[in-house]
Design a binder for this molecule. Structure first.
Ligand code: SF4
Ligand code: SF4
Length: 284
């Protein structure tokens, strides 16, 4: 049987050695700092709660697994969701802190080249475990992965890396909707659903999805709201996804494409120069 440390080793050795973990700069620096891993049960009730909140289109781990292995589906209790995060490097965060209206070059590169690496890492982890006898799937890489409209939350995908990370114990949501983890908010997530028996990561915040945000916990901070150039985050109503999406589509994406030659949809100004940039706020 694979242990948690073996899972970590699969992820970390790929992170350490794979050439696509790169910002594709002359410096040769990696796209990401060292990955961190957490594990959720496939039948954790929070997956169903998320589905009820977000919409029926959101897959549970059991549903995502069944899409990949329709001939041999498995009950959620036999599945684990391996959720990992990839922190932005200190250099990328430092550059991004200088920006006020558009993303820094390193940030745009990690969003584009770093996410390409993340896609390869998802597939590598799923394939490695499947070959070892533990059938596994990266839901975000399934052909049916898509964005839908949630009645309550607007644009939402049918597999949420952030919500999986929350269930797995990585951290809780902040005022800006991003997940505040022990390694902060300036991170990206990936996950794999595997038919494997692994110990589950303790979720120290229980079911409280806002526990680590200073605004929700104490009514202080609001720093992420001040970082957004178009006021798409407010202490009154949180994150305006549609305004954010429009700014990214109409402003930051064309800027990054023209200036840095990157694709994808970078912004993330609200993820740095805040108390939860690289850690859960000390006050908590
Ligand atoms: S910057 Fe402050 S208000 Fe915004 S998510 Fe972080 S702790 Fe919460
Ligand atoms: S990602 Fe969205 S909410 Fe955050 S700074 Fe950019 S436009 Fe504002």
């Amino acid at each position: 049987m694979h242990s948690f440390m073996q899972i970590e080793e699969i992820i970390r050795s790929f992170w350490a050695s794979h050439p696509s973990n790169s910002l594709h700069l002359a410096t040769g620096e990696k796209a990401w700092a060292e990955p961190q891993v957490a594990i959720a049960r496939g039948d954790d009730p929070l997956f169903l709660r998320n589905k009820e909140l977000i919409g029926p289109f959101l897959w549970t781990p059991e549903e995502a697994y069944a899409l990949a292995f329709p001939e041999a589906p498995a009950p959620g209790a036999e599945l684990r969701v391996i959720s990992y995060l990839l922190p932005q490097t200190p250099e990328t965060r430092a550059d991004q802190r200088q920006e006020t209206t558009v993303p820094a070059e390193r940030w745009a590169r990690s969003r584009f080249h770093g996410e390409e690496f993340n896609c390869e890492l998802r597939l590598h982890l799923a394939a490695t475990l499947t070959q070892a006898g533990y059938p596994s799937v990266a839901p975000e890489r399934l052909p049916d992965f898509a964005y839908r409209r949630s009645e309550r939350f607007g644009l939402a995908s049918n597999w949420s890396e952030r919500h999986s990370a929350f269930v797995a114990g990585h951290g809780t949501f902040g005022l800006s909707d991003a997940l505040i983890t022990r390694w902060g908010k300036a991170v990206r997530f990936g996950s794999v659903v595997s038919r494997i028996d692994l110990p589950v990561t303790p979720r120290v915040y229980g079911d409280d999805h806002h526990a680590w945000c200073l605004w929700y916990a104490k009514g202080t901070c609001g720093a992420c709201a001040k970082r957004c150039p178009i006021d798409a985050i407010t202490t009154g109503s949180g994150h305006d996804k549609d305004a954010c999406f429009t700014y990214i589509r109409e402003t930051t994406t064309p800027y990054a494409t023209a200036t840095y030659g990157t694709g994808a949809t970078p912004c993330g100004l609200c993820q740095v120069k805040i108390p939860c940039e690289a850690r859960a706020p000390v006050a908590l």
